[in-house]
Design a protein around this ligand. Structure first.
Ligand SMILES: [Zn+2]
Length: 334
């Protein structure tokens, strides 16, 4: 196998592939390795048939670049026949723990590699929509590549929040170097004037939405919750007492049942909230988490829950199954 890119520092073929891709190249999927390794180590792993996984490229912690499959081949990387047949896949060495940070050397090499891939394949724009449905339904023009992420196809955090939050920056930086205009993709804002993110919420009790920021009236069951942030994104869901978790929602609109709030009008006993910090905030202030708590009917508040963490005695959610809650509070905290 010959390297497609002159940036490649090691070529190690992986038998874990389906041969030539059956769809035209229209996507790029960046992954995190969950390990700080050099490109050749990842190649050695993928060269083992029993590993049953591969990627087209790998970027090491030292900026080394490995190629494991020709760009024209379908890798076994994203848990999706459809996506892997359309995407060049790139694994990037990362920390083994959230947010799966990558080194500066790896980040710089990734940008270079993406620019090179685009140039050789006649692409002038790298696009990041930050939305699964929009990305998968979009028909790219012949000079566009769309970024997709593993977490849309499997129950994984890949590419990790560190790289995920940089996707907008990566898309605009690569497009800029290609000499194009990135259109809707965001650019990095100087850290000096980046506002800190804030959160607010509303709870519904007895069929009425309380005013914004009010934790709730003691003794009245909370049935629905709506949460919004000023920057970044939040996802949240509620658990119905005697029932199950309702789907995650991301919107904030008390008259939009499908994604505007969490709840179905029945008493709830637990809540989960997860905050994703955008790249400019990370650069200026660091990572934030949703910090929230609830109280069971007419009782004192339980302890704080951070995001969906299960470390330090946290349950991964606020509340206790079987115990209706009547008050709720959420903040953003580091
Ligand atoms: Zn992945």
């Amino acid at each position: 196998m010959k390297a497609d890119s002159s940036l490649v520092t090691s070529v190690i073929y992986s038998p874990n592939n389906s041969g030539k891709r059956v769809y035209p190249l229209t996507r790029v999927s960046v992954h995190c390795v969950v390990g700080q390794c050099v490109a050749s180590s990842l190649g050695n792993l993928f060269s083992n048939a029993s590993f049953e996984a591969s990627s087209n490229y790998g970027v090491g912690k030292d900026g080394s670049i490995g190629q494991y499959l020709p760009e024209s081949y379908r890798s076994w990387c994203t848990s999706s026949y459809d996506n892997d047949n359309r995407a060049i896949t790139i694994e990037v060495a990362s920390d083994t723990y959230a947010p799966y940070k990558v080194t500066d050397a790896a980040y710089k090499a990734l940008i270079k590699l993406l620019v090179d891939i685009c140039r050789r394949n006649g692409k002038k724009k790298l696009l990041w929509f930050g939305d699964k449905n929009k990305s998968l339904s979009y028909s790219p023009k012949s000079d566009e590549l769309v970024m997709t992420v593993h977490r849309w196809f499997a129950n994984k955090s890949c590419p990790g929040d560190y790289l995920y939050n940089l996707h907008g920056t990566i898309a605009s930086e690569v497009t800029k170097q290609l000499g194009g205009s990135s259109g809707s993709t965001p650019t990095t804002t100087p850290s000096t004037n980046v506002a800190k993110p804030a959160v607010t919420f509303r709870v519904r009790q007895g069929g009425t939405w309380q005013k914004e920021g009010f934790t709730g009236t003691a003794g009245k069951a909370i049935t629905d919750i709506a949460i919004k942030v000023t920057k970044g994104s939040v996802k949240y869901r509620v658990h119905v007492k005697g029932g199950s978790w309702l789907p995650w929602v991301t919107g904030y609109n008390t008259s939009e049942h499908s994604n505007g709030y969490a709840g179905n009008g029945k008493a709830i006993d637990a809540v989960q909230v997860y905050y994703s910090t955008p790249a400019d905030v990370v650069n200026a202030h660091g990572y934030y988490k949703a910090k929230y708590l609830v109280s069971p009917l007419k009782k004192g508040f339980y302890s704080y829950q951070y995001d969906t963490e299960t470390t330090n005695g946290q349950d991964g959610y606020a509340g206790s199954h079987g115990k209706t809650i009547d008050r709720f509070q959420v903040l953003l905290s580091k």
